[in-house]
Each structure stands twice: as structure tokens, then as C-alpha cells.
Design a protein around this ligand. Sequence first.
Ligand code: ZN
Length: 325
Amino acid sequence: MIYLVVLIFSFIANANECSIFGPLNVSESIHHSVDDYSTAMDVCKDNNNNTHFAIRYFSINNIDASLIVNPETLASQVVRKSCLNSCSPMNEPLFSASRFGHVIDQSLSAAHPLQNAGVISGESSQKMVSVTIDMCPSKKGISENIYNTLLSLADSSKTAIPVGIAMTKKWMLKYPDHFQWIKTQQLNGRLNILWINHSANHFYDKKLPLNKNFLLAKNTNFSDEVLSNEIALISAGVTPSIFFRFPGLVSSQKQVEQLADWGLVTLGSNAWLALGDAPKTKNSIILIHGNRNEPAGEKLFLNYVEKKSADIAWASVIDLLTLPE
Ligand SMILES: [Zn+2]
């Protein structure tokens, strides 16, 4: 009995020590130092013989670490590298047979030109809807009404509301207090946040055509836009997911393929509310802005919540892609 208690305790202690940001995968501190960041695509076993895919290696606060993905649940985690044993380069049959490999394939097979490539809706037949909030650079701060509406839903249902937040480094650095406030809602269990990479700088010039705009603009350093935003998220104490949302949903096939090589899934939307898309009550990935740049979308979202929230289940993008049909 004593042995069992010791064993269970050491298992929990071990799991907690492995996860650098703790059980919620988010840290209160906004100042972690991240160095020696590199991409990888390895398959590793942990001390309990579970399989993980390691997609990044780096040091955080001088501890060797890795960003790992669960091949079936698609959940990502920042862990101590010392908790991973026997890492080796990805084995193709294992990758293809995994849910992660399947979702990467979905992303690649929809790499059609210019706009809204990648995964744009779920696969489940359940009545679930996912909301994603883009936090592009803005002079206007945060859309408090959007976040407060989600928090009211959390309070009335007494559960954390799943939400995807597509974050840019530029917004995060301009509004550290707002960023910390959003993070607090994850720490206190009111929002279950999937952190989506939305590029570091999110260049946009309204005079340029789409094929020369956003990340297709001349002189774009694509790897820096993607990876320095990941580093910014980890430095600020949150765990990047496997999803990347292109600014303006504008991309090239080459970029979608590059993301797949880095273990990232391109995330589009079948319901960008401000552009007139009507969200369905099944499998919609809703896109709105939470930076006060798109008030029309905010209004449509608030109406949708008012009319439909009794009728739908809020889900994360991962739920839409992994729960049974
Ligand atoms: Zn954006």
C-alpha cells in the first residue's frame, strides 16, 4: 500500500516536473528566457513509455526543453528534454498512421492558392462550433465585449469555454497588460485557450493586391514570422498549439508546405463573420477579431451567441478534428 502511494506520488511529481508550465500548460510569469530555438520532427518516448512527437528543441530559463505533440489528441506541451527518452527522427509509417499525420495531410491537400487554405471546418457530426479570435496588430486594444461574453458563458455553464486565440507578437508586446489578463482567464479556468500562431508582424497594406500582401509581401522573412512568434508565446508563458492562421487567410502553397514540415497545420475558417459567412451550428470554425479592428464581426458574433448559444456546444478546433463522427 505504502509502495503504491509512493509510486502514485512519484508519478504525479514526475508529470508535474516534466511539464514546464504546469498542468494547465500556462505560466503566470510573462518573462521566460528562450534560447537556441530549433525545429525538429522526432518521435520520442517518455519515462512511462508514451509516444510523443517532438517538433521543437530549445532552452527555457536555462533548462533544456522541447515542444511536444500528442500524436492522437494533438495537444502540445512544453516539457523538460530530460523527460524524453530515445528520441529519433520521425518514422514515416508511424507518422502517417497517427491523427497528427492525418491532420497535416488535410492541411496540405487543401493548399489551394491565395485564400483560406488548410483546415476550414470540423469533421464531427456532433453539434459543435469553435470560435477563433484573431489578435492582429491594432491601435485600438482589446474587444472587451467579445471576451466578456465568453466569460459570461463560462460563468453560467460553470465550465471553461474553449476558444482559439490567434496571437501576433506585435499585439502582445503593445498590450502586455491585456495579454496577461487573457492569460489569467486560462489560469483561473474560465477560458480553455488554444494558442494559435498568427505571425509576428502581420504586415498589411490596404493598397496592395492580395498576392503581394500579408505574408506574400516582398521581403517577408517567413521563418522569422512563424518561429519568432512561437518564441514570443513561449517566453510569455503560454504553449503554442500546432495551428497557424495566415494573416488575411492569405498564403502560398509553398508556405503551407513549409508549415507542414515544421509540424504546423494551416487553419482557415468557414465562417469569417464580418465577410458575410453564416456560421452553421455544426462544425463551424468561426473567425472574429478581438482587437477592435472589425466591429461588424463583433456585433454578428454577439447576435449569434444570443440566438444560438442554447443550441450549440462550444468546442476547441482540436475537438472538431478529433471527436468521433
Ligand atoms: Zn489578422
